[in-house]
Design a protein around this ligand. Structure first.
Ligand SMILES: C[S@@+](CC[C@H](N)C(=O)[O-])C[C@H]1O[C@@H](n2cnc3c(N)ncnc32)[C@H](O)[C@@H]1O
Length: 400
């Protein structure tokens, strides 16, 4: 989902900016050519891949501002340093137990979480041996460099940008906030007559339309399992998404972690809730300038496209990769379990205005109607004696 700010009127203005229309036209032409080359139809996962990641064109590959007030959405680290303080508390326990190690952050956005983590860990006397950032966006990598240089000065030396996950085994921590939701998803429609895959056509070479085809056997089998997991009472016409790329991607980016923990944060649900009959339109959601829509064809290349995460699937991937699924809870309980109140008091000091501002930020991170419930935290561990802190207050693993 991301969170969208109410912002100022100019921030909320949703007309495209000069230059954006040309960019959108190039993205449309690129995707339309891919549709033509594929014989007139592509799966939605391919559309999403091109719209988000086509080199030099996709939302994440090109210059869209993405995060923050002048962008399209905001995230927990953008809202408050309290998020980084809590993740640092959990990470400190992990690095403490294994006697140090490296941190790999996947999808580092503006670089705020990296700076916050390194500052809060440093304040606890913990310096990771390396801080690796793996991010597909060249534009965001530049922003991360600028932000980290401003915040860390010479300590930026320990930050390294990777093009691939580390090849050699390492000990430490992997952190990913709001990355899984950007993995391209397959879209499907179920009826008693059979399962269809909802793909994309481009009849006039410019505008995209949904178009259904009979599902391939892998999708049909997956749908049966998703439907069973959710109680089996989907009505005809039920639509949702499935993310076959989750398994290979999450396995690959965590493969080299020998001892330590992976902390995943994202909006999502256990499978049985994700695929409930009531959620009959799925969870696909687009963000453009802090406005949400469910139309991924409106502004290809200019708007973010994402889908909720099936946390049961994520747990299965971790389990199959040899990790212990050591924790699963809501963002609110993760933050509470990592002492967000104490961090707030410490950061505010004796300044009442600062205290009020931080309390407001904490509410946004924790309130059920904001990010507190929709966002979840999951820990995968390998070779540790227990879960990282923050997962004991409300253990939701039984819901997976
Ligand atoms: C929604 S932003 C979240 C940024 C940051 N974690 C935060 O919470 O503010 C998604 C981030 O993941 C990156 N990203 C998207 N897909 C990725 C992928 N397949 N591999 C690595 N990074 C990816 C984007 O470039 C961006 O930095």
């Amino acid at each position: 989902m991301r969170i969208y700010d109410t912002g100022t009127p100019s921030q909320r203005e949703s007309a495209t900016l000069p230059g954006e229309q040309d960019h959108e036209a190039r993205v449309r032409a690129h995707i339309a050519a891919a549709v033509r080359a594929a014989g007139g139809w592509i799966g939605f996962d391919r559309f999403m891949e091109l719209a988000l990641y086509a080199p030099g064109l996709g939302y994440y590959s090109a210059g869209a501002r993405k995060l923050g007030p002048g962008g399209d959405f905001t995230t927990a680290p953008e809202i408050s340093r309290l998020f980084g303080a809590a993740v640092a508390a959990a990470g400190a326990g992990v690095l403490g137990e294994i006697g140090g190690g490296a941190i790999l952050e996947i999808g580092a956005g503006s670089g705020r979480l990296a700076a916050d983590l390194l500052e809060f860990l440093g304040a606890r006397g913990i310096e990771p041996s390396r801080y690796w950032i793996l991010d597909v966006s060249a534009e965001l990598r530049d922003r991360q460099r600028t932000h980290l240089r401003e915040r860390l000065g010479d300590r930026i030396d320990r930050v390294e940008w990777l093009d691939e996950p580390p090849a050699a085994p390492f000990d430490g921590l992997i952190v990913a906030n709001e990355v899984l939701d950007a993995l391209p998803v397959v879209r499907f429609r179920w009826s008693r007559a059979g399962v269809e895959e909802l793909g994309v056509e481009c009849p006039d070479g410019e505008r995209f339309e949904w178009s259904a085809r009979p599902a391939n056997p892998a999708l049909a089998t997956a749908c049966d399992a998703l439907r069973d997991a959710a109680g089996g009472d989907w009505a005809d016409g039920y639509e949702s998404e499935w993310c076959p790329r989750l398994r290979p991607w999450a396995t690959e980016v965590t493969r080299s972690l020998r001892t330590g923990a992976v902390l995943w944060f994202d909006y999502g649900l256990p499978r049985a809730h994700y695929y409930l009959a009531e959620r009959r339109q799925g969870t696909l959601i687009c963000h453009y300038r802090h406005r949400v829509s469910d139309d991924p064809f409106a502004r290809p290349g200019l708007e973010d496209i994402s889908a909720w995460v099936d946390f049961t699937a994520l747990a299965e991937v971790g389990d199959d990769a040899g990790f212990d699924i050591a924790g699963y809870t809501t963002q609110a309980y993760f933050l509470a379990g990592n002492g967000i109140d104490a961090h707030l008091r410490e950061l505010a000091g004796a300044d009442p205005l600062q205290s009020a501002r931080l309390a407001n930020e904490a509410r946004r991170l924790m309130m059920p109607g904001e990010m507190g419930e929709r966002f979840k935290a999951m820990a995968w561990c390998r070779g540790l004696t227990g879960a990282p802190s923050g997962f004991a207050l409300r253990d939701l693993r039984h819901t997976l």
